[in-house]
Write a protein that binds this ligand. Structure first.
Ligand code: BES
Ligand code: ZN
Length: 463
């Protein structure tokens, strides 16, 4: 193990430079104009994986490609019969969120910049920096000739930020090749650079768009206003009814089956080292807001939500334009918690919206992606192995957390491969994931590599 750790230490400067190359690809999966950039990024990854000694290939899909990279199996290495070793998958994504609004970035999102111990670029924490840490740990094993106690397969996809639809198909087609004992994912967070974490639950999600259609075209608001429905007003009225002023969703059945937090979980959550005051400062919001009876950490990790992600109608340009808009649209996502079934929640939310839609407009709802919440035991042998590796890598005891974000594919790993996912996040609360000036902390990068190095022996030979 020492040669692996020494190798990691010696090569940090090069690793950071290589991560910079990875971050220069504008691999924005949501925007069709970046299709070529996703392909180029995937090709770069394949080449890089081969350079560090993995067997790598690019797999075309109906959308963006998937990169598969594996350690060379014993049989292939020596022409001998392979001894069965445990097999673990490392999953990550090379696609990133749209960087807009660009004017809020201090320096351009795809021109990586280092300031102190932070590396700024879109995708740095979510998720290129985090998955690259695992690649660098494997490189250290392979280049120092240190035997790995397990077989590893990296699955790096280009559609996580848009719902992982094609990876889901790929998984079913390659279930034998990808069968494994556990999956390791670093695509979540940790409370602070000196406070590592094992995440044992993620929220699920449903996404959809509502459009309210009013008059056949934008109208002069002086000539017609007052005698015709304004779709933007109708949408505002409708959406305002969804929630009461205490943050409770008013759609009947929305909370059905939502489990109360146990006393143990509430105590664990209290150990999370970010106070409400600290959170308010971090978010730059005039005040915190949330469902009464829950702390901010509980609200954002363990309670379901209804959020407007985007709201569009009428004239958005400079100055004024006196119209009654012809339509209004909202992009909505609900975060779900364990026991809420995405299809059921979608059904009750959409029928409530339809029932409450005034007859003065026509409602159109288009369904987007959906995924169940994820929850896994933090006391399993694999989780205990991961906790030991976290402690060795960071030199301090890890915390257990539930997190509010979603990684839809982890449910399918369980359903299709029958394997649990260990969520070992390296992102910090102030990393600005999905926001302008996204960054990745270089201490988290380096300790993440050490975590990956310690993890394989701990997982392969649990005590
Ligand atoms: N890395 C996040 C997920 C995440 C972030 C989990 C923080 C826990 C804590 C991932 O890249 C992401 O953003 N996922 C999307 C999924 C969606 C598009 C289906 C999300 O959560 O919005
Ligand atoms: Zn993300």
């Amino acid at each position: 193990m020492q040669p692996v750790l020494d190798y990691l230490k010696q090569h940090q400067a090069r690793f950071v430079a290589e991560l910079g190359d990875y971050l220069r690809f504008p691999s924005v999966s949501a925007q069709p104009q970046h299709k070529k950039d996703l392909l180029a990024c995937a090709q770069w990854l394949v080449k890089h994986c081969r350079q560090i000694g993995l067997e790598a290939r690019l797999c075309e899909t109906a959308g963006h490609p998937i990169v598969i990279a594996k350690t060379k199996r014993a049989a292939a290495r020596k022409g001998l019969r392979a001894l069965p070793k445990p097999h673990f998958m490392v999953y990550g994504h090379y696609d990133v969120q749209p960087p807009e609004p660009l004017e809020l970035w201090t320096t351009p999102p795809f021109e990586p910049r280092i300031a102190g111990r932070n590396l700024f670029a879109r995708g740095s924490t979510d998720n290129k920096g985090q998955n690259f840490a695992h690649l660098k740990a494997v490189e250290a094993y392979l280049k120092t000739g240190t035997p790995l106690p397990c077989d590893l397969t990296f699955v790096l996809e280009g559609e996580e930020e848009v719902g992982s639809k094609n990876l889901s198909t790929f998984l079913k087609q390659h279930r034998t090749e990808l069968a494994c004992d556990a999956i390791v994912v670093s695509d979540t967070g940790m409370p602070a650079a000196d406070c590592p974490a094992l995440t044992y639950a993620l929220r699920g999600i449903i996404a959809f768009e509502i459009t309210l259609h009013g008059p056949a075209r934008d109208l002069h608001s002086g000539i017609f206003g007052g005698a015709v429905e304004n779709p933007a007003m109708a949408l505002a009225h409708l959406l305002a009814k969804v929630r009461d002023d205490k943050g409770r969703i008013q759609i009947p059945g929305f909370y059905d089956g939502v489990a109360a937090l146990s006393k143990y979980e509430r105590e664990q959550i209290k150990r999370y080292p970010l106070s409400d005051a600290g959170l308010k400062k971090l978010l730059g919001s005039p005040q915190l807001f949330g469902e009464t009876g829950f702390t901010a950490t509980e609200q954002r990790s363990s309670r379901p939500t209804f959020e407007i992600n985007g709201l569009t109608s009428g004239y958005q340009g400079e100055g004024s334009k006196t119209i009654v808009p012809s339509w209004a649209r909202a992009k909505i996502t609900c975060r779900l918690v364990p026991n809420q079934k995405p299809a059921h929640v979608r059904k009750i939310v959409c029928s409530w919206l339809k029932k409450n839609c005034p007859p003065t407009v026509r409602m159109e709802i288009s369904a987007g992606h959906g995924a169940e919440a994820y929850m896994v035991s933090p006391t399993s042998a694999a989780a205990q192995a991961a906790l030991r590796a976290l402690e060795r890598a960071f030199g301090t005891k890890p915390v257990l957390m539930r997190e509010g974000g979603s990684i839809p594919i982890v449910n399918e790993f369980k359903q299709v491969l029958g394997a649990d996912t260990l969520l070992l996040g390296l992102g910090l609360p102030d990393d600005n994931a999905h926001s302008p000036n996204e960054k990745f902390n270089l201490d988290c990068f380096e300790n993440g590599q050490r975590l990956s190095a310690f993890l394989w022996p701990e997982l392969a030979e649990p005590v």
